[in-house]
Write a protein that binds this ligand. Structure first.
Ligand code: SF4
Length: 286
């Protein structure tokens, strides 16, 4: 193992906030900087408690219902909300700002137009699943696991809509099962490439580093997936949520790679880099 206190820092080519989260956090910044009225986010803005805490300290309170809260401005996060939830807030006197990711909105529009019944491949109970199936005017089934496919009537013609962050492996398997059962279906959308682009960038990073830090929050599925992938490569992989998690052992390296999940803010990554530079690291172009 390299024993010097000097090491190179390599940043993944793609890391941190995806476009949808970047856009909603920009809206959150504008709200906390400019609004006098109480400002809220409907549900946690991202699966990252440090980002939630950062906004909470600046006045953006997380709420799940209008009950017990003074009406103000409520931000809809990237996953979107159901029309029932929207009405609940509006009826209670709240003004809503829509931060639903454009890709999720495009899926909403496809659902609204679907004339065929829909198989929605997604996580049951997930906010995006709820907001998307809410747009449907036709029958639907939520398919989270392979057993759920047993409820699909093969005599009907179906449309398939996939949750933007659903596992691509699972989606392909589900499609293969449907095809093998002779089900007539058309797939209306693709999985968002944000997660796969971060995974591909991580693999490249692992090729030029001996140690990799995956920055994020354990609640975030895409960050945990990055960590799982890093652990399978020929590097020492560590999961870190804050600079306090960094140990001396982690910095016993020559080339240190940094990646971050889609819910990690640029500010958090900057904090990590500042800390690592103080500890002898130099950022290099990979
Ligand atoms: S992962 Fe993709 S679909 Fe989901 S919020 Fe980010 S950019 Fe939008």
């Amino acid at each position: 193992m390299h024993n010097s206190s000097m090491f190179n820092i390599h940043l993944a080519k793609v890391y941190g906030f995806c476009r949808g989260v970047q856009a909603v956090s920009q809206l959150a910044d504008e709200l906390v900087d400019g609004e006098q009225r109480p400002v809220y986010s409907i549900g946690k803005l991202v699966h990252n408690d440090q980002v939630v805490k950062y906004y909470d300290e600046r006045g953006l309170k997380v709420v799940t219902s209008p009950a017990g809260n003074v009406p103000g401005i409520a931000l809809i996060r990237a996953h979107g909300i159901t029309s029932e939830k929207r009405k609940e807030f509006e009826d209670a006197g709240f003004t809503l700002i829509d931060g639903t990711c454009r890709i999720v909105l495009a899926n909403h529009a496809k659902c609204e137009k679907s004339c065929r019944p829909v198989l929605f491949f997604g996580i049951k109970g997930h906010a995006e699943t709820l907001s998307t199936v809410d747009r449907l005017k036709v029958d639907y089934l939520i398919i989270e696991n392979e057993e759920d496919l047993d409820a699909v009537d093969p005599s009907r013609k179906w449309n398939v809509v996939i949750q933007t962050t659903f596992s691509s492996l699972k989606a392909e398997r589900f499609k293969a099962v449907l095809a093998s059962r002779g089900v007539d279906f058309r797939c209306l959308n693709a999985i968002c490439s944000a997660s796969s682009r971060r995974r591909e960038a991580l693999l490249l990073l692992c090729g030029c580093c001996d140690t990799v830090l995956v920055v994020g929050d354990r609640q975030s599925a895409n960050t945990m997936e990055l960590y799982r992938i890093a652990c399978q490569q020929d590097v020492r992989a560590y999961f870190v949520s804050c600079v306090q998690d960094i140990t001396d052992e982690m910095l016993q390296c020559r080339d240190l790679g940094i990646t971050a999940g889609a819910s990690v803010s640029p500010r958090q990554v900057r904090d990590f880099l500042a800390f690592l530079k103080q500890r002898g690291g130099t950022v290099v172009q990979s």
